[in-house]
Design a protein around this ligand. Sequence first.
Ligand code: HEC
Length: 224
Amino acid sequence: MNTYLKLANKTMAIVTFFFLISISVRAETVESSEKVVSAIDTSTETTVVDVDEESFSCIREMTPVRHFYVDNLIGDLKGTLAAANAPDGAIYPTGSVVQLVPTEVMVKRESGTSPATGDWEFYELEVNEKGSKIAKRGFVDVVNRFDGNCFSCHAPAREKWDFICESGHGCDPIPIDHKMTGALQRSDPRCGAAVPEDGDSMALFKLKAMVTIGLTKKWFEDLF
Ligand code: HEC
C-alpha cells in the first residue's frame, strides 16, 4: 500500500470514529431530553383535583377567613390563604375550596378546565349527620335553591377578586347576613352537636321566616 492510500485509510478511520461518537452523543441527548419530558408529565399529574362527596366534611374543620371558610384539596392551604388575604385580590391556586354555608361550595379545578368561570367548579350539597351528597355540580350552569345561577351572580367579582363576592366586590348582595351564615356554620349537621352563640336561634328563626314568606325563594328550605 502506498503512503497516500495508508493516509486516506487512516483519515477514513478517524472520520468514522468521530461520526460514531457523535451519533452516540446525540442518542444520549435524546434520551436525557425524554427523561426531562417524562419528569414534567409526572409533575402535572400531581395537580389533578379529584372531587367527590368525600372531599367535603364539617365546614368548621376548614380554615376560617373573615366570615367564610377555605381549604385546599391538594395541600396548598398556604397559597389559598395568601389569595384570600391579598388586600387587592388574587387568583386562588388550584385545589382551593371556599364555603360560606354548609351547602354551597366553590372548588378551583385544574388550570384550563373552565376559562369562563376562572376554573371554579360550583357545587350544591345536601348535608346531614352522615356526610355530604353532591346534588349539583358544574361550571356555568349550576342553579341554587334560590333559583339563582352561581356563576352569573359571582361573575361581577371576576376582576381582581377571582369570583369571590364577599361584600363590595361588585356582586349584588344576598338577603342572608353574616349572623345567619354564622349560625348555619355553627349548626352544620356534619360536625356533630351544634355550638350555638348568643342570637343564633334568633338568626335561624329569622331565616326560616324569610323562607316561609318566600323572601329567599326556598334557598335554605332543605336545611329545616
Ligand atoms: C343571588 C346571587 C348569588 C347566587 C345565585 C349564588 N351566590 Fe354565592 N354569594 C353571593 C354573594 C353576594 C356572596 C357574598 C355574601 C356575603 O359574604 O355577604 C356569596 C358568597 C359565596 C361564597 C363565599 C365566598 C364569596 O364569594 O364571598 C361561596 C363559596 C358561594 N357564594 C358559592 C355559591 C355557589 C356554589 C352557588 C350556586 C350553588 C352560589 N354561590 C350562588 C351571591 C350569590
